[in-house]
Design a protein around this ligand. Structure first.
Ligand code: KIV
Ligand code: ZN
Length: 514
């Protein structure tokens, strides 16, 4: 049996499906490059039939990311598989991942198909996918609530048609570790496939057991874990990549030395890049990547760690790429130092995006004595997301206070054309949002507004996140600036750009069955 665990990252597909986590093309490309640096074996880059945007993202990633295998998801329909194959045409190592539900619940209520029809569909779809590429993964959606006899039959057909990865999803996060391990063991025994066939696990976290179930399955012989950075994904999320990888690394005694190809020092940069891209930060006590994951607060713990880190630390922050949060750059730092720091933080920027980020860094360094890694990440997140945006915030001025009626004058570039408006509001932020709404002729509902100081101190950069909704679609926008009113304007414009991008995406088919 294969002695390493493949990491199949589905941040850009299952992760991106979760509310508020959608990304545009440039954001997906930047994240895919980071996943490549991280050493993930397979990047599930999207669901090409779902929309033009998904198709283009898979195509661009397949074209530009060569170090990981690139995978596209497809239902079993002919159109889905052809579309996935087209999107993957330029990939160095493509994989088509096709799936159909196998539980009676799904057959009866969703697919309205008989078991015989499902078997025929699996055979046809896997054969069609193999006609396009050698590497085909088949998933039995809702496997953990499927009849085991039928599941064995389904996987037998998929194997016979040429699938080389058999994925056993716990689609609704229902399984318990022992039970899931037993299922994997039973499937391995009953199917006894060739040595190069890999059993894969894909767990959702509805009962908080995604990582536990994935690791139990590894002990039962699974050799691919499907997971996402920061555990994002449908509902309660998917198995968290960083937790699964670090559990394997930290406990070789339990996992018999089974390891992954992950460059663990790239874990933290990947987590930060994702969080700043989607504007969804991880909870402070989140294992591995949360702010407090390596913070020792209790005196007795601090004392122990100072005497010997091993007393309370089972892994080092450095092993996951958490550099110390020291002053990194200041106003005398030049282009070279800035680029070096970007490299260390795995924040690749070229050309105009680099120049723009550098200018913003210099502006900030004029106002703020100490520039931290988090400040740099915030600047870069802004620069990466701006390149294909419809709206760009220009100048902004505010009149506010105890005896003035809050008034904002905002200049906005709309498709490159400068427009200016003045609006009154309940407060200065409200006035800015009203002026922007007037300039963009949009009516969106503001659901949430949050301000954070990115780093400590009076001169901290302020980061604003807004959650807005238009026509049932929710998006999160974020912006950072030393002036929180400007940061608010940026966050609002960022959200509007995401909505505009969604409108352009031109939905081809509503994804079903996931
Ligand atoms: O959760 C699930 O079943 C899926 C499949 C498409 C693998 O995401
Ligand atoms: Zn899933």
């Amino acid at each position: 049996m294969n002695d390493s665990i493949r990491i199949f990252d589905t941040t850009l597909r299952d992760g991106e499906q979760s509310p508020g986590c959608s990304m545009n093309l440039n954001e997906k490309l930047a994240l895919a490059r980071q996943l490549e640096r991280l050493g993930v074996d397979v990047i599930e880059a999207g669901f090409p039939i779902a929309s033009e945007g998904d198709f283009e993202a898979v195509r661009a990633i397949a074209d530009q990311v060569r170090g990981s295998r690139i995978c596209g998801l497809a239902r079993t329909g002919r159109g889905d598989i052809d579309r996935a194959a087209q999107a993957l045409a330029k990939a160095a190592s493509p994989r088509i991942h096709t799936f159909i539900a196998t539980s009676d619940i799904h057959l009866e209520h969703k697919l309205r198909m008989s078991r015989e029809q499902v078997l025929a569909e699996v055979e046809r779809a896997v054969t069609q996918a193999r006609g396009h590429c050698d590497d085909v993964e088949f998933s039995a959606e809702d496997a953990t609530r499927s009849d085991i006899e039928f599941l064995v039959q389904v996987f037998q057909v998929a194997l016979g048609a040429g699938a080389s990865t058999l994925n056993v999803p716990d689609t609704v996060g229902y399984a318990q570790p022992d039970e899931y391990a037993r299922l994997i063991r039973t499937l391995r025994e009953r199917l006894s496939p060739a040595d190069d066939v890999v059993f894969s696990v894909h767990c959702h976290n509805d009962l908080g057991l995604g990582v536990a179930n994935s690791l139990a399955a590894v002990l039962a012989g699974a050799r691919q874990i499907e997971c996402t950075v920061n555990g994002i994904g449908e509902r309660a999320g998917n198995t968290s990549m960083e937790e699964a990888v670090m559990a394997l690394k930290t406990r070789p005694d339990v996992f018999g030395g089974l390891d992954t190809n992950i460059v663990t020092t790239e874990i933290y940069p990947a987590s930060r890049l994702l969080a700043s891209t989607i504007g969804v930060s991880v909870q402070p006590n989140k294992a591995i990547v949360g702010d407090n994951a390596f913070a020792h607060e209790a005196g007795i713990h601090q004392d122990g760690v100072l005497k010997a880190a091993i007393t309370y630390e089972i892994m080092t922050p450095q092993s996951i790429g958490r550099a110390s949060n020291e002053l990194v750059l200041g106003k005398h730092s030049g282009r070279h130092a800035f680029r070096d720091r970007l490299d260390e933080l795995a924040l690749a920027l070229d050309g105009e995006a680099f120049e723009q980020a550098f200018r913003r860094f210099k502006d900030l360094a004029d106002k703020k004595k100490t520039i931290y890694n988090e400040d740099i990440e915030a600047i870069v997140a802004d620069s990466v997301t701006q390149s294909d945006d419809r709206y760009e915030l220009g100048d902004l001025s505010i009149l506010s206070g105890t005896f003035a009626k809050p008034t904002a004058t905002v200049e906005l570039l709309v498709d490159g054309e400068a427009r200016r408006a003045t609006a009154l509001g309940i407060g200065p932020v409200d006035a800015v949002f009203k002026a922007i709404a007037e300039l963009t002729e949009t009516k969106i509902e503001l659901l949430r507004f949050q301000v954070n100081a990115i780093t400590g101190g009076m001169d901290a950069l302020g980061e604003v996140s807004v959650t807005v909704e238009e026509g049932g679609r929710k998006v999160i926008g974020h912006g950072a600036h030393s002036d929180i009113i400007v940061a608010s304007g940026k966050a609002y414009v960022h959200a509007l750009n995401k909505l505009a991008w969604h409108k352009q995406r031109h939905e081809v088919a509503e994804p079903k069955g996931i």
